[in-house]
Ligand binder design. Sequence first.
Ligand code: CA
Length: 238
Amino acid sequence: MQPGEFHPKAMTPRKILLVEDEAPIRQMVAFNLGRAGFAVVEAEDCATARAMIADERPDLVLVDWMLPDSSGLELIRMLRRDEANRDLPIIMLTARAEEREKVIGLDGGADDYVTKPFSPRELISRINALLRRSASATDAPLEAGDLRLDPVSHRVTVGDREIGLGPTEYRLLKFLLENPERVYSRGQLLDRVWGQNVYVEERTVDVHVRRLRKALEESGADRFVQTVRGAGYRFSLH
Ligand code: CA
C-alpha cells in the first residue's frame, strides 16, 4: 500500500478477478497484482468468470475483450443487467486502441479500459483509482479484523457486538480506519477530524482517543488504537 492511498478495506486485501484467456498475460498480471498486495482469482472464459463473480465476490474485475466463449463486452453487459453486479468496478483489457472500440467498451458498462501492451504499474494505478472512486460512491464499510464501521448506518461493530460511540469518537475512528498504519500527530488529527477552522486544544484529542479506547475496550479492539510516543496516534492491527 502506498502512503496516503485510500483503502476502505485496507486490512483485508482487495480481491480482483482477472478474466483473460492468454495464459502468459494472465500470469504476468496475476503476479504483479499479487505483488501489489491484491488477492487475485483467475478465469479463462466468460462462463467461469460469471461463476467466480457469484462465488468469490471480487471487489473489481479485469476483463479481456477477446475471450473464447463470448466477448468480454458481452460479459460486462450481462453483469450490468444484473442487480447484484450493477456497480461492480470493471476495467477492460483491450488490444484495440481505436477510439471507436474504447467508446463501445465504456458504453457497454466498463468503468475504464487499459490498452495492451500495458505496464503493470499503469494497470495498478488505474485499479487503485477505480477502487477509490467506487468506494466513495458506495460508502463501502471500513473493516479491520472484526472491527467494522458502516458509513451508511453509522454503525460500528466488533463481530456481533455493537459499539456505541459519540459523534467525535465515530469521526476519529472513521479517519483512523481510512488511514491505517500511519502515525498522526495531535495537530494533524485536529485538522483532519475536527476541521481546520475549529479551535480546540491538542489535549482534546487525547480525551477523545481515551473515550474511543474505552468504548472499544470490552471487545479488545482498543489495542488497535495505538499511542506512538513523541509522535501521536496510529491505527494498526499489529
Ligand atoms: Ca483474449
